[in-house]
Design a protein around this ligand. Structure first.
Ligand code: UD1
Ligand code: MG
Length: 455
């Protein structure tokens, strides 16, 4: 292909059937808005520019996508797909091809789009079609005796015979921009909806002695648009099933692919086991022989080989070394780093903390703004008191420290290598290496003690 590529994404429609205050194309599929899926597909084609035609709740859309460097054009009134595309013409380069995508059709594949563009040249436009089981509501592809496309008829304008046709217009088309600029102004709105149909461009191209080619998309769902919450959920399911299959085919064991959710990007090695209801968000990396238990949420984290995450654990913005154990019911908050062979047990919360190699926080603890050396044992119910209501302070614990159960470490505080803290202590002063720190009163047992009686 010699010409450059411009992309236009139509996204001015209202999305009435979503019954939502949010613009339809900002509803999320797999953690990313519909329109961002379309933009990602567009970017895969390395276009010269991307223009979004916006209308309903245009400001919401523009602010959501402000960072991307896209062109926005406002279609004040929604007078049809041809009218929408016309608004984008000022951004289209005469020496380019334009490909038209819909903001609410999120799962079109790069290969299908590339094939369509490959069919296009200075005097040829191309339409992406699909053969679907249920063509209701969609434009039908009408072909002549030689199987060439003649025109597209919208369902509302089709006769009974045309309605039986299962080959539909996906809406995705590619044009040489120069020709597009000739044809678009000729489109009329003399149809049942009084809209300017982009589909009419097929007949205009043929009248102009240009060729109109078609290509099929590989999967039916590539053409599916989202009009309501049911369709959104269906597409989500398709997307998740496909991701799960990709991982499984590379050797990841997923207990039930219908209960696996990826909302971002994950690099998962072979021989990883993922139990049911696991959600992976953002950027996740999971190395070989890691086991993820049921109901875990892993967001922006790396889990090195051989580690096991027990059920109902949440890990966010953290790094987990090799052969660590975490959970069940642990919450690993941002800024946590576990060195190899560390253990975090049930009902433990960590935040902005380094847990040294082989160190253990096994039960019911909060460890925040802390750094623990190697071989540390933190007893049940230990709390780092890192916050005075205004500022945060650090707790530093050396190697081979033993902190007795139910200890409060009032930060800032340092506990030196090899030190021991007795159970139930409230540590407010540093403990030096190898010292024993005790802060509780000595136990006093009184014989024959009578509890008070009710008067
Ligand atoms: C359109 C096609 C139909 C195709 C179907 C595929 C036409 C006339 N019909 O029908 O052949 O089978 O898509 O899904 O093109 N939009 C605007 N401004 C407008 C109208 C629409 O931006 O004035 C945008 C919508 O936001 C949406 C897209 O264009 O992203 C398609 O519009 P929609 O109303 O859904 O078209 P359909 O009637 O489904
Ligand atoms: Mg539609």
């Amino acid at each position: 292909m010699s010409l450059k590529l411009n992309v236009v994404i139509l996204a001015a429609g209202k999305g009435t059937r979503m019954y939502s205050e949010k613009p339809k194309v900002l509803h999320e599929l797999a953690g990313l808005s519909l329109v961002e899926h379309v933009i990602a597909a567009a970017k895969n084609l390395n276009p010269e520019n991307i223009t979004l035609v916006v209308g309903h709740q245009a400001e919401d859309l523009e602010s959501h996508l402000a960072e991307g460097g896209y062109n926005f054009v406002l279609q004040k009134e929604q007078k049809g797909t041809a009218h929408a595309l016309e608004q984008a013409l000022p951004f289209l380069d005469d020496n380019a091809y334009a490909i038209i995508l819909y903001g609410d059709v999120p799962l079109t594949k790069k290969a299908s789009l590339e094939e369509l563009i490959a069919l296009t040249n200075e005097s040829t436009m191309a339409v992406l079609t699909s053969v679907v089981k249920e063509p209701q509501g969609l434009g039908r592809i009408i072909r002549d005796d030689e199987n060439n496309i003649e025109f597209i008829i919208e369902e509302k304008d089709a006769n009974e015979r045309q309605k039986l046709i299962k080959e539909i217009n996906t809406g995705i088309m590619a044009f040489p921009v120069k020709k597009l600029k000739d044809w678009l102004p000729l489109i009329k709105n003399n149809n049942s909806q009084n809209e300017f149909y982009l589909t009419d461009i097929v007949s205009l191209a043929l009248e102009d002695k240009c060729q109109v080619k078609t290509s099929f998309c590989t999967y039916e769902y590539e053409a599916y648009g989202v009009n309501n919450m049911v369709q959104l959920a269906e597409l989500e399911k398709i997307y998740q099933q496909e991701r799960a299959s990709e991982y499984m085919l590379k050797g990841v064991k997923i207990s039930d692919p219908s209960r696996f959710d990826l909302r971002g990007e994950a690099e998962i090695s072979a021989d990883v086991k993922i139990d049911i209801n696991v959600i992976l968000e953002g950027k996740v990396k999971i190395e070989k022989n890691v086991k993820i238990g049921a109901n875990c949420i892993l967001k922006n984290c790396t889990i090195k080989q051989g580690s096991e995450i027990f059920p109902n654990t949440i890990i966010e913005d953290s790094f987990i070394g090799e052969y660590c154990n975490i959970g069940p019911f642990a919450r690993i908050r941002p800024g946590t780093e576990l060195k190899d062979h560390a253990k975090i047990g049930n009902f433990v919360e960590t935040k902005k903390t380094i847990i040294g190699q082989g160190s253990k926080v096994n039960h019911l603890s909060y460890v925040g703004d802390s750094e623990l050396g190697e071989g540390v044992n933190i007893g049940a119910g230990t709390i780092t008191c890192n916050y005075d209501g205004v500022n945060k302070f650090k707790t530093t614990i050396g190697n081979n420290v033993f902190i007795g159960s139910n200890t409060a470490l009032v930060a800032p505080v340092i506990v030196g290598n090899g030190a021991t803290v007795g159970a139930g202590s409230t540590i407010t002063k540093d403990v030096k290496a190898d010292q024993l720190a005790l802060t509780r009163n000595k136990q006093n047992n009184i014989d024959g003690w009578k509890r008070p009686s009710k008067k």
